[in-house]
Design a protein around this ligand. Structure first.
Ligand code: ADP
Ligand code: MG
Length: 269
């Protein structure tokens, strides 16, 4: 993957306090076009809070978020999404009774949100938007799993966890984001499923070479395989960053991550 030098997302001194607890402490992070950054650290180290602050779920206590040159600090989640940052959540958030198509189109509301009156009176335009949405959703989902394209109108509840995760990523991608934030996309999946999903994510990156991705992931062999750069958090602070090899060899990281036993890679799947 070609990484371009242009910084798309820049976080400076990002801090978030919950009462007396500092969940994020003066974190700087730059993300460049086309880059895949691994955000790692022990449980409770502030990874999800970082995503929540960047995406406007929480306003930071201090610090700034700049996206494509514009200040996004403390903007609403809707504004963040409209400007081109999409995410998935640590806990699966698909609507199980809804179809694959409906679940994906929830992520496309920015382009479809014309309201009932418009849709009733501008039937032609509504139909064109619907057809365009259908072909985009189908193309996206087929990038991940060609079989899913045939089942676009089936309830998501009928599909295994890996496909649900894929659908969530498609829901984020349908808005054509410039930055994709993935919070533990492999949670609850087997080793083989994790490997498949990571292949899918690499493929997504190849389809859109400008797309920048931050992935929170616990499996170190995954981080090693798919990231260009890693940022390590511990107790809300950035303790190290660099290529996976440098980070894995760092003493502070080893102590934080595995109580001094070293960063271990899982056996290759
Ligand atoms: N809404 C919240 N209110 C209070 N404390 C929170 C909230 N969200 C997260 N925290 C705390 O912030 C710390 C970092 O949490 P989190 O970002 O979820 O960690 P990670 O994703 O790295 O496991 C934890 O101690 C967690 O309990
Ligand atoms: Mg988390």
């Amino acid at each position: 993957m070609t990484i371009q030098s242009q910084t798309v997302l820049s976080c400076q001194g990002l801090t978030k306090k919950f009462g007396g607890l500092t969940a994020l402490n003066q974190v700087d992070l730059d993300l460049r076009k086309g880059e895949i950054v691994g955000l790692i650290g022990p449980n409770g180290s502030g990874k999800t809070t970082f995503f929540n602050v960047v995406t406007g779920i929480y306003a930071p206590t201090a610090g700034s978020v700049t996206f494509a040159g514009a200040d996004l600090t403390a903007k609403s989640p809707q504004q963040v999404y409209r400007s081109g940052i999409a995410r998935t959540f640590q806990r699966s958030r698909v609507c199980l009774p809804l179809s694959i198509f409906d679940n994906i189109m929830i992520g496309n509301h920015m382009r479809l949100n014309h309201g009932l009156i418009h849709n009733l009176f501008c039937r032609g335009e509504f139909r064109r938007e619907y057809e365009q949405g259908y072909s985009e959703a189908r193309k996206l989902v087929e990038t991940f799993n060609p079989d899913l394209g045939e089942h676009l109108f089936e309830a998501v509840a009928n599909f295994p966890m890996i496909d649900r995760r894929r659908i969530e990523i498609c829901r984020a991608l349908i808005s054509h984001p410039k930055v994709l934030l993935l919070d533990e996309p492999s949670a609850g999946m087997t080793h083989d499923e994790t490997r498949q999903l990571m292949d899918d994510i690499l493929e997504v990156g190849q389809h859109d070479p400008d797309l920048a991705i931050i992935i929170i992931e616990h499996e170190m062999n995954v981080i090693e395989r798919i990231t260009n750069h890693c940022v390590v958090l511990n107790f809300g602070q950035k303790i190290c960053e660099g290529a996976y090899r440098e980070v894995a060899a760092d003493q502070q990281v080893q102590e934080a991550y595995l109580g001094g036993e070293g960063v271990q890679t899982c056996s290759p799947a």
